[in-house]
Design a protein around this ligand. Structure first.
Ligand code: 13P
Length: 327
């Protein structure tokens, strides 16, 4: 698992999150007027994976289970194709979300049943890491309750242990959602509660911290408010890391959470800069889906045969994400 961490956090490289569930990617296709069938989904993803020199900026790819299982690129399994191109294959192992309480806002994530067997199988198929996402909503002024924080952080820890037992580096993703009009300081309060509970449990359950990756949102205001300036985001985000995240974890990667590509790159650059200034030594990188895919997906939706143009736009956005890491 240490080797996997080293491969992922190579200088100037990050993760492509291409693990949208069929439901999620179908929604994105529909908005763009593209029929969301398996053929289109596979063809679109193949175009991304086969981008020339993708490994210049991308060290690992998170796949949806069907992609790891079925999809072929040049008659090769995707995991083998990525490996031959010096990228590490990972797989999303969480399943759909379910209502936790009557308010319709609090959700927990399913997927613990049979997880060990699935992880063993994914390992055999060439995966080297996994991802599990939980969501915490701050919408409509309803802050996550102690009960949902306990449930979701406990499940993240159970998942991390199982993944490590199968030799797969776990990426724990407690996403604090942006939907709503909460201020950056309200978001930060939620981060404090969630991260405190999460890292306390990870330590008491003796999860191997150096073989674990944290995937997190930036500390930002709700999406209904105007964008925060990059310096405030960096200050608040690094403050959370310093207070709650043990330095010995394998690394930290950011999700984009519906921020525009340029905001995602700018917040990443300012946060990495701040981390360097204060000698925060835990590796930091990106694990973006929308920030590096959305422009390419729009181009593809307009002309699905113009692969070269889609790949040019996609490569350019991975390059911007890489530059934000300060290389
Ligand atoms: P976004 O970068 O679009 O937030 O997606 C990252 C991710 O993996 C969400 O689970």
């Amino acid at each position: 698992m240490n080797k996997t961490i080293q491969k992922i956090f190579q200088t100037g490289k990050g993760i492509l999150a291409a693990d949208e569930s069929t439901k999620t990617i179908s929604k994105r296709f529909k908005v763009l007027g593209v029929e969301a069938n398996q053929k289109n989904i596979s063809e679109y993803r193949n175009i991304l994976f086969e981008t020339n020199n993708l490994n210049k900026h991308i060290s690992g790819v998170i796949l949806y289970k069907d992609t790891l299982d079925q999809q072929l690129v040049d008659t090769k399994k995707v995991a083998d194709f990525l490996k031959e191109n010096n990228m590490v294959a990972g797989v999303k192992v969480d399943e759909s979300t379910e209502k936790f309480s009557k308010n319709n806002i609090e959700l927990y994530t399913k997927g613990l049943d049979g997880l060990k067997e699935r992880c063993d199988c994914y390992y055999e198929m060439g995966a080297q890491f996994t991802k599990w996402r939980n969501v915490f909503s701050v919408e409509e002024g309803v802050f996550p309750t102690d009960e949902i924080i306990d449930k979701n952080t406990s499940d993240l820890v159970k998942y991390a242990k199982i993944s490590q037992e199968s030799g797969l580096v776990p990426i724990i993703e407690p996403e604090i959602l942006r939907d709503g009009n909460h201020s950056i300081s309200e978001t930060k309060k939620v981060f404090c509660k969630v991260f405190k509970a999460l890292f306390k449990k990870l330590e008491s359950e003796q999860v191997q911290l150096d073989s674990l990756i944290l995937k997190t949102s930036f500390v930002v205001s709700g999406s209904e408010l105007i964008y925060d300036d990059a310096e405030s985001v960096a200050n608040e985000t690094i403050d959370i890391f310093e207070n709650f995240v043990p330095k010995e974890i394998g690394g930290i990667v950011f999700l984009s959470g519906g921020l525009s590509p340029s905001q995602s790159f700018s917040y990443l650059a300012s946060t990495v800069k701040k981390a360097k200034e204060i000698d925060f030594t835990t590796p930091i990188s990106f694990s973006y889906s929308r920030a590096i895919q959305s422009n390419a997906m729009v181009v593809w939706s307009k002309n699905q045969t113009n692969e070269a143009k889609v790949q040019e736009i996609f490569f350019a956005d991975t390059e911007k994400a890489s530059k934000a890491l300060g290389q």
